[in-house]
Design a protein around this ligand. Structure first.
Ligand SMILES: [Zn+2]
Length: 503
């Protein structure tokens, strides 16, 4: 129906909906661009390049994602804090590797009102240099440790690469957790806890399959001893980096003078870690991983609306159906479910397409048959199956189906992820498999700086990157099999690394 017709017949915009129907696997890039627009996730027309407006549908989901992540951090003894968004230049300059790493991405403020600022400010690209001068004042004795704080908010990076809503923008929304300990061992244990939190939230609740890697030496966070980062795989076979955890050791503590008096009265340098799950990017990864050719699919607990109720009237008589829909919605809203009743003038079929495209996990179809029997026909977005349930059993059945939906989409994504892992024994094989949207696990000489030349070779030849070693293999002591070689340099392999294209 054209826009004009729909206005003439006084129906809402919803009735203009056509089926989404873009092949996600074949045309992921187009799929992503279109779904962001049609599902009203973001508006990219804001007139500053690389900055997007998040619309309600994505914002509600991301607020829930923040909430899940923050609750998990709280559970592990972290506490929230709020630091300023601006950092004075003198703070930013303190740790030299950090400055070097972030300088090209910094937004500067040098004027306020009619005044030129005495000291230039930066918009935080990350908050080490905002928080650690205060940590240095707060931490006096071993009794003040461990200190485990996080803040939620946005950070700003002048990205050179082309930007993409949620996946890469110049402002993004994240949680950053900054932790201080007495010993390196405690700091290392914290990095493992961060990984566990990532699996608990990202995989269990958001359904996103990940592998946590130790990044190679040449690809770590500016100023860190080690960087660990979780990657998922996008439908076009490219790695997307999700949370990263940095073992800072005492690098920043030395630069920012974060010391404490130990149990024997001696002054000691502290050890640190930081951790940064970027919720807006995780949201982008989540919709990319779960969506299908009809549009979005949400994990049940994250969905902005979990249930849409659609009355299916015969002729003009809709009043009794509407009353029944309200009765159903009330009973579910009392249990905190997010429910929408779609009473617009659109045809039921158009409503179906629209809410499927928006990814609402459950649709209730309410016609005269359902009304008479006090039944509800439930359509599941993920499996596209219909079941009929009686009103009395509704609450417990919705709870069960909700769990089943999240489990189903999580398992489906995990299976696809696991099946995408391939091996390769030559550069040609590696190229072939990467072009076939696989991630490759290959024997490798070293993830220390010795291995950098081989990674450069892979980058030059295939535009692919070495993601690092699987942390589960590091912690289980897995090394390469005897006789295996790095097929780039021919030297004996010391480990396995994953290689693929990167988002
Ligand atoms: Zn090598």
């Amino acid at each position: 129906m054209s826009k004009k017709e729909s206005m003439n017949t006084n129906t809402s915009a919803v009735s203009e909906v056509e089926t989404f129907n873009i092949d996600k696997e074949e045309n992921f890039s187009e799929w992503f661009t279109e779904i962001v627009k049609r599902a009203e996730l973001a508006d990219i027309r804001y007139n500053v390049k690389g900055f997007i407006v998040c619309r309600q549908w994505s914002t509600i989901a991301m607020k829930r994602m923040f909430d899940f992540y923050e609750k998990e951090l709280d559970k592990f003894g972290h506490e929230p804090t709020i630091f300023p968004m601006v950092i004075p230049e003198s703070n930013f300059q303190i740790e030299k590797d950090h400055v070097e790493g972030f300088n090209p991405e910094v937004f500067w403020i040098d004027r306020a009102g009619n005044d030129t600022l005495e000291e230039k400010l930066i918009l935080r690209p990350t908050s080490e240099t905002a928080m650690y001068p205060l940590y240095s004042l707060w931490i006096r004795s071993w009794r003040d440790l461990p200190l485990k704080l996080y803040q939620s908010g946005s950070v700003f990076r002048y990205e050179g690469k082309s930007t993409r809503p949620f996946l890469r923008s110049r402002e993004f929304w994240w949680i950053e957790s900054h932790n201080v300990f007495q010993t390196m061992e405690e700091a290392i244990a914290q990095t493992r806890e961060d990984m566990q939190i990532a699996y608990n939230v990202m995989t269990d609740i958001f359904g996103i399959p990940i592998i946590y890697f130790q990044r190679p030496e040449w690809d770590k966070f500016a100023g860190a001893v080690h960087t660990y980062a979780a990657d998922t795989l996008m439908p076009d076979g490219k790695f997307l980096q999700l949370p990263s955890t940095h073992l800072l050791g005492s690098n920043f503590a030395k630069a920012f003078n974060i010391t404490y008096t130990d149990q024997n009265g001696e002054e000691k340098i502290a050890y640190q870690t930081c951790y940064g799950p970027a919720i807006s990017r995780i949201f982008g990864g989540m919709i990319a991983v779960h969506g299908d050719n009809n549009g979005l699919i949400f994990p049940f607990d994250v969905a902005p609306k979990q249930i849409v109720i659609v009355p299916i009237p015969k002729k003009e008589d809709i009043r009794h159906l509407e009353e029944y829909c309200i009765e159903i919605a009330d009973v579910l809203r009392k249990k905190d479910y997010r429910v929408k009743i779609d009473m617009s003038d659109s045809r039921p079929g158009d409503k179906y397409y629209f809410w499927e495209m928006k990814g609402v996990p459950l649709r209730f179809e309410i016609g005269n048959k359902e009304f008479k029997k006090k039944d509800i026909t439930i359509f599941r977005r993920d499996t596209r199956e219909r079941i009929i349930v009686s009103f009395d059993k509704l609450v417990s059945i919705v709870a069960d189906i909700g769990k089943a939906i999240t489990e189903n989409i999580r398992n489906k994504a995990q299976t696809k992820f696991d099946e995408s892992i391939s091996d390769a024994n030559t550069l040609d094989e590696l190229e072939e498999r990467i072009n076939d949207k696989k991630m490759c696990k290959i024997p490798w000489c070293s993830i220390d700086l010795d291995g950098e030349a081989c990674a450069v070779e892979i980058k030059d030849q295939l535009a692919a990157t070495v993601r690092g070693r699987d942390m589960r293999e590091i912690d289980a002591g897995v090394i390469s099999k005897k006789g295996e070689k790095c097929f780039i340099c021919g030297k004996p392999a010391s480990c396995y690394v994953y290689v693929g294209k990167q988002y």
